[in-house]
Design a protein around this ligand. Structure first.
Ligand code: ZN
Length: 265
């Protein structure tokens, strides 16, 4: 196992950031993951508020950083507003995302919603993601998921292992099968586990999964480890522990994502 290449969780909360004594273990920052090679961040998957304190994890960056967005809901992009790297001309930032990332991001990271405009960031460019991207020995492959306004997940194949990230997906559509095909054989599955089954009943169309849906995807794909993410903003640390322990009855190697959790690639 080559621990020089890894994915680090920066934010695991879905929908909106939270804070307080009930959210210490699993954190309050929204979705973001760092791709790290030899201690240096080469990319991020999503840029929710969790991305902002990336330096707290002992990481450095090189001159070029690629950001792969799953979609453009606030909890996946809001960290771009306060990410120091975006506003520095020391780094070339390339933002990959479905459809038209330039239009989606520059229309909302701008006045009157934010005091400065993303189009004025000194070294940023946008690339629609249409297929696999090779990055520093990692192969990053998008696939479609079921989510309002559309979204993608990412499979990341590294030199020693592989991880799939499905942050936002509502199970129960024809896409369930194609997702399993896309992630088959990964070592680690990081999957939306926002709801308990009874909560999903009142949130049809919100675009999220239950822990049961995540377990089903792990079993069908052959993953050896399941990490639940997009945690409900109302779910306290204690509530997340309950959810994880329930899921472990059906899939023993289940845990929940928390800032600093590191997965070898
Ligand atoms: Zn979303």
């Amino acid at each position: 196992m080559d621990s020089n290449v890894r994915l680090v969780v920066l934010g695991s909360r879905g929908s909106i950031p939270v804070s307080g004594a009930d959210f210490v273990v699993y954190g309050g920052g929204t979705t973001s993951f760092a791709l790290v090679v030899d201690g240096r961040v080469v990319g991020f998957i999503d840029a929710g508020t969790g991305v902002v304190p990336w330096r707290d994890f002992g990481l450095a960056v090189g001159p070029s950083i690629d950001v792969f967005l799953t979609h453009y809901h606030w909890d996946h992009i809001q960290g771009l507003t306060m990410l120091d790297l975006v506003w520095s001309d020391d780094h070339q930032i390339t933002i990959h995302g479905p459809n038209d990332p330039r239009a989606a991001l520059t229309s909302v990271i701008a006045p009157p919603w934010f005091p400065v405009s993303l189009v004025d960031a000194p070294s940023i460019r946008f690339e629609p993601i249409v297929g696999p991207v090779e990055l520093e020995g990692l192969m990053i492959t998008p696939f479609g998921v079921e989510h309002p306004q559309g979204a993608v997940g990412y499979r990341i194949d590294g030199p020693s292992s592989s991880v799939a990230i499905v942050t936002d997906h509502e199970a129960g559509s024809d896409l369930d099968g194609s997702i399993v095909d896309s992630i088959r054989g990964v070592e680690v599955l990081i999957h939306d586990g926002q709801y308990q089954p009874d909560e999903a009943e009142t949130h049809r169309g919100w675009g999220h999964s239950t822990w049961e849906d995540a377990v089903a995807a792990a079993l069908l794909s052959g993953a050896n480890r399941l990490i639940l993410t997009s945690l409900d903003p109302r779910r306290t640390d204690e509530g997340v522990d309950v959810l994880v322990h329930t899921a472990r009855r059906d899939f023993h190697s289940t845990e929940a994502a928390y800032p600093g959790l590191s997965v070898s690639l």
